[in-house]
Design a protein around this ligand. Sequence first.
Ligand SMILES: Cc1cc2nc3c(=O)[nH]c(=O)nc-3n(C[C@H](O)[C@H](O)[C@H](O)COP(=O)(O)O)c2cc1C
Length: 188
Amino acid sequence: MKVLGIMGSPRIKGNTDLLLDAAFEGAESQGTETEKIVVDRLKIAPCKEYYGCLKDGNCVIQDDMTGIYPKLLAADIVIVASPIFFYNLSAQIKALIDRCQALWARKYVLKLDPPNSTRKGAFIGVGATQGKQLFDGAKLTLKYFFSTIGVKYEDELLIRGVDKKGEIKDYPTALADAQELGIRLARK
Ligand SMILES: Cc1cc2nc3c(=O)[nH]c(=O)nc-3n(C[C@H](O)[C@H](O)[C@H](O)COP(=O)(O)O)c2cc1C
């Protein structure tokens, strides 16, 4: 079993990063292997609509995304962790998702099914405000993304009212809840 965690905040050891680490601790306690992708540290161009992917399912842009496609397709569990930026995922994660148009082409144009549709996906989201619809935009994007890569939206941890770097440590239960999420995902 392998968990791939996509960390979408530019702040290392910020709220998102700490929550993902806690989820990893939970998953690792169940004997699951983990790998974190810090998207902000990578070179991932936004989709340029060259549409080379319609021919063979591969993106013609050569950058760090090339190494991420196989990881997305091989992981048993994919956790996307992101701060809410303007009611959606961070731009770093959105660029990665848009580049998965190549996987969309494989599935819907070339009719090559993604592997094992029993694979699980989860969302860890954190935002500063208490907005009722704070996570709606991100969740809609993620559900469509997960379905494109053959992953079921299985679980989530959504935290409101956390803003400053590392403030999540003062939020009662958040890190424990993230650990629980990791345990649940690894067990299910
Ligand atoms: C560009 C930007 C946009 C943001 N937009 C929102 C927003 O729409 N709603 C919200 O509640 N918080 C918003 N925030 C606050 C972050 O979600 C919040 O600070 C979060 O805890 C950051 O997590 P991190 O430490 O993992 O980066 C925004 C922050 C930035 C920098």
